[in-house]
Write a protein that binds this ligand. Structure first.
Ligand code: PLP
Length: 144
């Protein structure tokens, strides 16, 4: 008898839930259009996007203008980090860990090239950060 194969990488890519598939199906075949365009195809989609934003905001207890749709994880990382850096332009120190996704580490390398100081915290064999090291890194003079 063949061993059963179990997929354990659902955090990276997983099957779409049937109810999501059903809800999304029209957008792959009938309800398409660039929501930023002025034509009616786009206008209909923009309206649907606004609806989705409202529903998500309600679900998360957030304001609608706090919901940003991105196309992928890499774009989400970059958006979050760049938003923080542009919101606080005086802050030139980024604290991260050595085990972040390459999308984060690559961006941190780029930030170092651009003159930011980046502290890479290591983790223990159980994947935990040393919170004392984290506190020290956060309060380092260059982060103020
Ligand atoms: C934190 C993080 N950033 C980026 C990615 C890459 O995502 P994508 O291939 O959607 O850009 C992943 C993928 O698992 C991730 O976990």
């Amino acid at each position: 008898m063949r061993d059963r194969i179990v997929y354990l990488d659902n955090n990276a890519t997983t099957a779409v839930a049937p109810e999501v598939f059903e809800e999304m199906q029209p957008y792959f075949s009938q309800l398409y259009g660039n929501p930023s365009s002025l034509h009616s195809f786009g206008g209909n989609i923009a309206h649907k996007l606004d609806e989705a934003r409202q529903r998500l905001a309600e679900l998360l207890g957030a304001d609608e203008d706090e919901i940003i749709f991105t196309s992928c994880g890499t774009e989400s990382d970059a958006t979050a980090i760049h938003s923080a850096l542009t919101t606080f332009p005086d802050k030139r120190h980024v604290v991260t860990s050595t085990v972040e996704h390459p999308a984060v580490l690559g961006l941190c390398e780029h930030l170092e090239d651009a003159g930011y100081q980046v502290t890479y915290l290591s983790i223990d064999e159980q994947g935990r950060l040393d919170l004392g090291e984290l506190a020290e890194a956060i309060s380092a003079p260059s982060s103020r």
